[in-house]
Design a binder for this molecule. Structure first.
Ligand code: GLA
Length: 377
């Protein structure tokens, strides 16, 4: 009896803590076993908006292979909004736009799979997608079955036209519908950081957006970084904070591009390139593929970085890694170069992940808007 009373009291305390703190108590994880490290791949939206075609997806898949990005880990080829015909068919099924996707999604999945890649698709937990195409609200089971039958491996699920239905109901319905198909499908919650999604996201999806849409500017990168690093503690294997698709190669300077990649890797963020890979420069492709930076992002411990020092726009982030090493990022948000340094107790060797140099100190002159990234043994 005393044990039962103690258990009840403990439950009450846990419930009270949950209410008080918003969610100090961990949410039971999704349990689909996917995305034990952050997903990596490509998505068309940042570079092409609503102008996606089967031809673009095929050419991008080819380029992922020929550029070496597939072998660097970028395996998801994700189709964003506007792949659909404006209406469902007579049986209520979603159908691909017959002009832009003449061979349909199933054939495209087959092509992508043949290259050793995976196919992602987009839908919306509302009556319409953001681009105005048919939404999945109320059609979750039928649509999930359709995606699974096509061979889809990843679903980005947006939040426009939500019909006034609470987020967890909408996102939970598709989570359950995907699980019922029996096909492993990574589930990406795209609700723009609304409703403190980080506090419940791990029970619903494999990743969840922390902010509104990113843009290819340093100011936008800063907003997204600050909003995401604050909630680092909620992410881990199987459930990641998503600061949105990368803008590397979309118009920022190379210094800023490398800052974005490094920050995303420190945050254990999904690395989904939003560049036009069919025309991307050699520099963009090389930066995306940097194996030492990707290894930090994909570290199996899955513990995102926290800010250990921040003074007048000069930030230091550290991230513990599975083999006992520590990743350290010196980030200069300001408009002028700055000398920055950090001491890691017991450090034996320090590798600069962008210059390739090896030394004994974490120190660098960091350019305006730039980073220096180290792996400290
Ligand atoms: C929303 C999402 C974007 C993109 C567009 C497509 O804005 O946040 O990432 O998917 O919709 O319409």
């Amino acid at each position: 009896m005393a044990t039962v009373r103690r258990a009840c009291a403990l439950l009450l305390v846990l419930a009270a803590l949950t209410l008080l703190a918003g969610s100090a108590v961990p949410v039971p994880p999704l349990g689909n076993g996917l995305a034990r490290t952050p997903p990596m791949g490509w998505n068309d939206y940042n570079a092409f908006g609503l102008d996606v075609t089967e031809d673009l997806v095929r050419r991008t898949a080819d380029r992922l292979v020929s550029s070496g990005l597939r072998d660097a880990g970028y395996v998801y080829v994700n189709i964003d909004d506007a792949w659909m015909a404006p209406a469902r068919d007579a049986a209520g099924n979603l159908q691909a736009d017959p002009e832009r996707f003449p061979h349909g999604i199933g054939a495209l999945a087959g092509y992508v799979h043949g290259l050793g890649l995976k196919l992602g698709i987009y839908e919306d937990a509302g009556t319409k997608t953001c681009g105005g195409y048919p939404g999945s609200l109320g059609h979750e089971e039928q649509d999930a079955r359709r995606f699974a039958a096509w061979g889809v491996d990843y679903l980005k699920y947006d939040t426009c036209y939500d019909g006034g239905v609470p987020a967890r109901e909408r996102y939970g319905a598709m989570r359950d519908a995907l699980a019922a198909t029996g096909r492993p499908i990574v589930y990406s919650i795209c609700n723009w950081g609304a409703d403190r999604v980080w506090a419940w996201g791990s029970g619903y999806g494999n990743l969840w957006r922390t902010t509104p849409d990113i843009r290819p500017t340093f100011a936008s990168l800063l907003d997204v970084f600050h909003a995401t690093v604050r909630v680092s503690g909620y992410a881990g294997p199987g459930g990641w904070n998503d600061p949105d698709m990368l803008e590397v190669g979309n118009g920022m300077t190379r210094t800023e591009d490398r800052a974005e990649l490094s920050l995303w890797a420190m945050l254990a963020a999904p690395l989904i390139t939003g560049a036009d890979l069919t025309t991307a420069s050699r520099e963009t492709l090389a930066d995306l593929a940097n194996p030492a930076v990707v290894a930090v992002d994909q570290d199996p411990l899955g513990r995102p970085a926290t800010v250990v020092s921040s003074r007048a726009g000069l930030d230091v982030l550290t991230r513990p890694l599975a083999d006992g090493d520590v990743a350290v990022l010196l980030f200069n948000e300001t408009g002028a170069a700055a000398d920055m340094a950090w001491t890691v107790p017991g450090a034996t060797a320090v590798h600069d992940l962008w210059t390739g140099a090896t030394g004994t100190a974490v120190a660098a002159r960091v350019p305006a808007h730039g980073v220096a990234m180290f792996r400290v043994a």
